[in-house]
Design a protein around this ligand. Structure first.
Ligand code: GLN
Length: 447
């Protein structure tokens, strides 16, 4: 009731929830009490959590912040939801606002309206997981799930002063998580601390036979390793991440953090990820290509919005999609269809796949010498609502530091590292495959 009360009192100004599931939450809290009394409780039993509205929730609207799915009630739970709420006994408070189909960096593409940053209501919370971070930052939920295709966990976490982790591709099941770009999408968590994130991530992660890209490998006990010393940790600073375009005040905050890591016994060296300038253009071929294919299922016939008064099948497809999808989603579908089309496939899509490999190779080489890569999460603190919404390229450049980890499939997190002009900024830690435990340990030692 504490968090439901806070949602009631404050969410009108933030717009961080699309759906609040108060009745269910109260019932789940009673069930958790019974489990606690019976001595059958786990680390999350009775803990309130919010779900990004991209995860299917049985019997509850799952909109992906799109008009297309405004009336879609999911008939089953995503694996993440099942693990957290059914098996783990966590209490679902509701479904968080987001950019439409997770496409965006400011939460302004939502059909349900933008989310406001609790640090300054005139600024964006980041995206696409803007609702998840605003809810947690404002104390409407202790932690929330989020997803990251090109930065959508780390960038909003940075802009709202939270800790957010995107695990290794394949670590958390994508079953029941509405697909944007399947080879990049990965679920994770946003919370106040690495310690909280470790507990939630541990409950979410693991092999799932229902997701063919899920990896069959034991999940480390992330919480157990948090206290380990980071003496001797080798940190790499990619020169490309500290180049032109980085706000000097953000750079200074990160330099202070680096000093603290040195004081904790870590060694720091400069490294190079020479292909990083190619990550944004590569992503904007690969992600729209996959999105155009994934979003083909929303045809007005099977689920989602159907235009009224249509006479032919083609008219139904065209009008349902034209009415149901917002401008950014339509832009991505058109780009994706174009780069996959005959005659352009080799020049764009195939080329992008090759560059993607080179971006991964950069990291592979880097991890021969260092344990973690450290840099900024975003070039600057939160911008004003409306500032970039008319300029897609300016918006896309927000993810300049985050996208490479998705293209390479690596785990990465954002950790709060101070304020610039009263607004939070984050530093990013990128680890080798399956090193989410190490990232959480490093973040916890810093915090
Ligand atoms: N901002 C990026 C995009 O618009 C990333 C989104 C995401 O990670 N879901 O595609």
């Amino acid at each position: 009731t504490h968090f439901l009360g806070r949602i009631e009192a404050h969410d009108a100004r933030l717009n961080s929830f699309i759906t609040v599931t108060a009745d269910r939450a109260l019932a789940a809290a009673d069930a958790a009490d019974a489990r606690l009394a019976a001595g059958d409780a786990g680390p999350l039993t009775g803990i309130p959590l919010a779900q990004k509205d991209i995860f299917c929730t049985d019997g509850v609207r799952t909109s992906c912040a799109s008009k297309m799915l405004d009336r879609f009630i999911a008939p089953y739970d995503a694996t993440v939801v099942r693990k957290l709420h059914v098996e783990g006994g966590a209490v679902m408070l509701g479904k968080c606002n987001m950019d439409e189909f997770a496409m965006g960096s400011s939460n302004e593409t939502s059909w349900y309206g933008p989310v406001h940053n609790p640090w300054d209501l005139e600024r964006v919370p980041g995206g696409s997981s803007g609702g998840s971070v605003a809810a947690v930052a404002a104390g409407l939920a202790p932690a929330a799930t989020a997803t990251d295709t090109g930065g959508s966990i780390r960038q909003p976490a940075a802009l709202t002063g939270l800790t957010g982790i995107k695990p290794t591709y394949g670590r958390v099941s994508r079953y029941g998580m509405i697909a944007f770009a399947s080879s990049l999408d990965q679920a994770g968590v946003v919370a106040h601390t690495a310690e909280d994130a470790a507990t939630v991530l541990h409950a979410m992660a693991g092999f799932d036979p229902l997701d063919s890209t899920s990896l069959d490998r034991e999940v480390d006990d992330y919480s157990a390793g948090l206290g380990e010393s980071i003496k001797g940790l080798r940190i790499g600073l990619p020169s490309e991440y500290f180049a032109e375009g980085l706000d000097p005040a953000v750079r200074s905050s990160i330099e202070v953090a680096i000093k603290q890591f040195e004081a904790l016994g870590a060694t720091v060296k400069e490294i190079s990820l020479p292909n990083s300038p190619l990550s944004v253009p590569t992503y904007y071929v690969v992600a729209p290509a996959e999105a155009s294919s994934n979003l083909a299922r929303f045809d007005g016939a099977r689920y989602g919005h159907r235009a009224e008064g249509v006479k032919t099948l083609e008219e139904m497809y065209k009008r349902s999609r034209g009415e149901g999808f917002g401008a950014e989603v339509q832009r991505r579908i058109m780009i994706g269809t174009y780069v996959l089309s005959h005659g352009y496939y080799d020049a764009y899509y195939l080329k992008a796949q090759k560059v993607r490999r080179l971006i991964y190779d950069d990291f592979r080489r880097a991890f021969e010498d260092v344990d973690v890569v450290l840099g900024p999460t975003t070039p600057a603190p939160a911008f004003k609502l409306g500032d970039k919404s008319e300029d897609p390229v300016a918006m896309y450049l927000n993810d300049i530091y985050t996208i490479a980890a998705n293209l390479a499939g690596l785990p990465a997190m954002s950790v709060p590292c101070g304020l610039v002009d009263g607004l939070p900024v984050g530093m990013q830690l990128i680890g080798n495959f399956f090193e989410e435990g190490r990232l959480l340990n490093v973040a916890h030692q810093y915090q």
